[in-house]
Design a protein around this ligand. Sequence first.
Ligand code: GRF
Length: 216
Amino acid sequence: MSRKRVAILISGRGSNMTALVEAARAPDYPAEIVLVASNRPDAAGLASARAAGIATETVDHARHGKDRESFERALDAALAAHRVDLVCLAGFMRLLTPWFVRRWEARILNIHPALLPAFKGTDTHARALAAGVKIHGATVHVVVPEMDSGPIIAQAAVAVREDDTPASLAERVLAAEHRIYPLALKLFAEGRVRLVEGRCVIADAAAPDATLLVPQ
Ligand code: GRF
């Protein structure tokens, strides 16, 4: 089995990155993490990646001013230098331009802390509580130019409690994220995810293994 070479893009603490790195340690995992790149030099996750023995790169968006394409060309060069096959966004807080997304078409995954298509964007947990939803969760999807859209690979659901705060809900959703992202990357890297008319069809998913209801 040839393992897919994966880069993880982060902007902050990188707990999802760590979950992917740990999953990829298993010898039968179909992907290896060859690079962790950040657009912020102070991202805490860079130190965790180095401690785990993963190559890191910083492509500081601030050095590119408002020129998104020049930032993305630098990022693209870093990915090429590490012969990356797939890109996982994990708390990467930069919008990618259509140029970059098309260049990496069907090769970028993202994790979003809500059950898409509900609650795109930021502050998802506070907005979920304000809306009074009873089930919340996380989604891993293929990246398309439109933000927080794109074919859904896997979702994890978390029950909302009456006394939840955005922080308490975020904590349980994050634990679900750490389970579902390695699962989604595994399905994708194994070639079990087929894109059909804007949806993901998962091969051999007799048991719905792309769905995770996290017990409370
Ligand atoms: C996660 O909740 C992720 O879903 C969102 O940003 C957060 C990043 O957390 N996009 P971490 O950096 O992976 O710890």
